[in-house]
Structure formats: structure tokens, C-alpha cells
Design a binder for this molecule. Structure first.
Ligand code: DQA
Length: 143
């Protein structure tokens, strides 16, 4: 059973991009932490794209093949009804993660379209938020 850990725009530069906000760890560290958080019988599939349509295609492809999505939609969080609509075609649990505490940042980061669909929302825990998202999906889907 696969869990999709899906990352939106600019997260390919994690570790290099505004490290005072997002830290020095990279997407490889996200993959490692998610792997460690994953219970036996579950597998992590990590993806990243800077393109809205590509993220939507990955969500569609995940419909039949995964048991949950941990998503950090990056700035598309605040703009993309299309990603919200894609997630609304997806039945298993969805956990929304933000590395930074978006609610203490600019007002335009306070609203999330994705939160209307997400079963859980995590912000400000750094990369631990991804691990927490993975643990939650394992807990919901274990049998
Ligand atoms: C982010 C917060 C967003 O506002 C921002 O556009 C990002 C990253 C986070 O992980 O804190 O790209 O989703």
C-alpha cells in the first residue's frame, strides 16, 4: 500500500530556498523521514512538481494506486481551485502539510483551498509535519 507524498512548486529547492524559513534539510530528508515514519506494509512514493497540471495528473494517477496523500501544495495552496477539485476526486485520507507556520506569515498565506478537502492540516512543525502526516495515514488505513 503506497502513500503519495506530493510537493508543489519551489520545494525542489528545499534546503537552499529561504533556509531561515524552510530550514537546511532537503527533499531527500523528507523522503528519509517519511520512510522512517511509515509502518510495515506501507511504502512512500515521493513526488514534486513546479507545475499545477502535473500535480493534478499525479493526484489522478494516485486514485487507484495509493491509500493516502500527504500534500504540501506550496503556493498553490492559496490559489488553486483545480488542485482542490482534483483532491475531491480522491477518496482516501489527505493530510495537508506546511513546513512553515503559514498563519503567522503574510495574510495571503492564511487561506487554503486545499484545507476544504484535507482530513488534517499541519503547519509550522518543519519537516516533522510530513512524518506526522504519514503516521496519521498509516493509523487511518492500518487493518
Ligand atoms: C509552504 C507555505 C506556502 O505559503 C509557500 O508558498 C510554500 C511552502 C510551506 O511549506 O510552509 O511554497 O507550503
Amino acid at each position: 500500500r503506497d502513500i503519495l507524498v506530493l510537493n508543489g512548486p519551489n520545494l525542489n529547492l528545499l534546503g537552499k530556498r529561504q533556509p531561515q524559513i524552510y530550514g537546511h534539510e532537503t527533499l531527500d530528508d523528507v523522503a528519509r523521514l517519511c520512510g522512517e515514519a511509515c509502518e510495515d506494509g506501507f511504502f512512500i512514493r515521493l513526488e514534486q512538481s513546479n507545475h499545477e497540471g502535473a500535480l493534478i495528473d499525479l493526484i489522478h494517477a494516485a486514485r487507484e494506486t495509493t491509500c493516502g496523500i500527504v500534500i504540501n501544495p506550496g503556493a498553490f495552496t492559496h490559489t488553486s481551485i483545480a488542485i482542490l477539485d482534483a483532491l475531491n476526486t480522491y477518496e482516501p485520507p489527505v493530510i495537508e502539510v506546511h513546513i512553515s507556520q503559514v498563519h503567522k506569515r503574510e495574510a495571503f498565506r492564511h487561506h487554503s483551498y486545499v484545507s476544504r478537502r484535507a482530513d488534517g492540516v499541519i503547519a509550522g512543525l518543519g519537516l516533522e509535519g510530513y512524518a506526522a502526516g504519514v503516521r496519521r495515514i498509516c493509523q487511518l488505513k492500518r487493518r
